[in-house]
Ligand binder design. Structure first.
Ligand code: PHE
Length: 449
């Protein structure tokens, strides 16, 4: 089966878009980013970014994709010609393809960690675990490049197989059941954290405002995380929008995606931080945070091995519905460019992403002390930093500028189904002025700081 001309229903589209948005970004990245960003300062800026920058750009990206109806790169070339005076707007799509490949490369490695944890949990390896033992187990896994490579390869293989068949066949069916289950599981973990963890400390850490901690670095990290988590600025939503029928309302869909995405991230945080404080862990532990904390919970709750195994399966599903949305815009663009078969291209791109992913695998062992640009950043840190903090925000701002300044008022109003609505005026102000101004301001402060 090849790329669907459109999603089979509005519900299927929402599920696929939510599937793309909700992933490792919510459960793995958001909590540790909040932890290294000082807790509430990060969380509050993050929420502001989602609402004022993320949602408007998500609407814009879906709108542009649906309007052009082609693969991300060619959509932007075509729209650029028609509305922007130059096909050079295709740059947005081209940069997105590169960014997607880079993200996919490390995403697969981290999703591999989740996969590796499934058999560990079912085998009861964490029974009675403490923060020390789970930390040691995680460290031991990272020290073994072969293990990491095995799970990375397996995950990439799964992603390739799904994209090769076409997104509709596999993804639609899986997400409808499994995403709600992940959500319920997160709610359950919050319940566990509330009973046994230091809930007050965890909650205060995430939500008690402390504006003195809001530095340009925190704003950049939070903005980057908002783009990453909503899957915007990279062409994913351009591609998904291009398969959408005209009848679907883009504003309400965008709000649903953002709500689902944000609630999953907040739930993950509220589940994890109470466990962090009750066990004397360091909130700025870094990328291992969820693997070290939640396994303490699973190791000590009744039936924890089963729940834990299921949880990591669900995390894997959340991850694969996102990774296919990283591979999809690359394959769709190359398919249009080369005329080659979707399945062949899926394999080739998957192989390239796998090879690039080896740099991330080694960043946690052989190359742990290799910091190519200094600043204590490994190759993995660099790929993550450049994509989330530079490429996605840049792509997002260009999308906002294009939608706000090149597309004419009437075309966007009718495409968004918001003719005459005051909310349309608000959207237009946000994409024309606020989103670009904010990103430029933060970048400038950072450069001069
Ligand atoms: N939004 C996904 C997550 O939070 C990651 C992703 C980024 C997917 C960009 C597609 C495009 O895990």
């Amino acid at each position: 089966m090849s790329t669907p001309a459109h999603w089979s229903s509005r519900f299927a589209f929402i599920m696929a878009a939510v599937g793309s948005a909700v992933g490792l970004g919510n459960v793995w990245k958001f909590p540790y980013m909040a932890g290294t960003g000082g807790g509430s300062a990060f969380v509050l800026v993050y929420l502001g970014c989602v609402l004022l920058v993320g949602v408007p750009i998500l609407m814009a990206e879906l709108m542009l994709g649906r309007r052009a109806g082609q693969s991300p790169y060619y959509s932007m070339v075509e729209l650029g010609r028609r509305f922007g005076g130059t096909p050079a707007w295709g740059f947005i799509g081209a940069m997105g393809v590169v960014a997607a490949l880079m993200i996919l490369s490390f995403y697969s490695v981290v999703a591999g960690w989740a996969l590796a944890y499934v058999p560990k949990l079912f085998a009861g390896s964490f029974a009675g675990a403490t923060a020390e033992t789970t930390g040691a187990a995680f460290g031991a896994m990272l020290a073994e490049p072969l293990t990491l490579t095995f799970w990375h390869a397996l995950f990439m293989l799964g992603t390739v197989l799904i994209v090769a068949r076409g997104v509709q066949a596999g993804i639609e069916k899986a997400v409808v059941w499994l995403m709600p289950m992940l959500f319920l599981m997160l709610v359950m973990l919050v319940g566990y954290a509330a009973v046994t963890g230091d809930f007050a400390a965890g909650f205060a850490y995430m939500f008690r405002p402390d504006f003195s901690k809001v530095t340009p670095d925190v704003v950049i990290a939070a903005a980057g995380q908002a783009f990453f988590s909503l899957s915007i600025g990279i062409g994913t939503m351009l591609a998904y929008g291009s398969y959408l029928p005209r009848t679907v309302s883009l504003p309400s869909t965008s709000v649903i995606i953002a709500l689902a995405d944000t609630s999953c991230a907040l739930l993950a945080g509220v589940a994890i931080f109470p466990i962090v404080f009750a066990n004397g862990l360091n909130p700025s532990e870094g990328p291992g945070l969820v693997f070290v904390t939640l396994t303490v919970a699973f190791g000590n709750m009744p039936g924890g091995s089963i729940f834990g195994g299921i949880f990591f399966i669900l995390l894997f599903v959340a991850a694969i519905t996102s990774s296919v949305s990283l591979l999809e815009p690359i394959v769709a663009t190359l398919e249009q460019k080369t005329g080659m078969k979707r399945s062949t291209l899926s394999w080739l791109v998957g192989l390239a992403a796998f090879a690039l992913g080896m740099a991330t695998v080694f960043s946690f062992n052989h190359w742990a002390d290799f910091h190519p640009l200094g600043g204590g950043r490994t190759v993995f840190d660099l790929i993550d930093y450049v994509t989330a903090n530079i490429m996605l925000p840049l792509g997002g701002v260009l999308i906002a500028l294009f939608a706000g300044w090149c597309m004419d008022r009437d075309t966007s109003a009718s495409e968004l189904g918001m003719v005459g609505s005051p909310l349309f005026t608000a959207w237009r102000l946000l994409v024309r002025f606020f989103a670009p101004a904010m990103v430029v301001l933060v970048a400038a402060t950072k450069l001069t700081a």
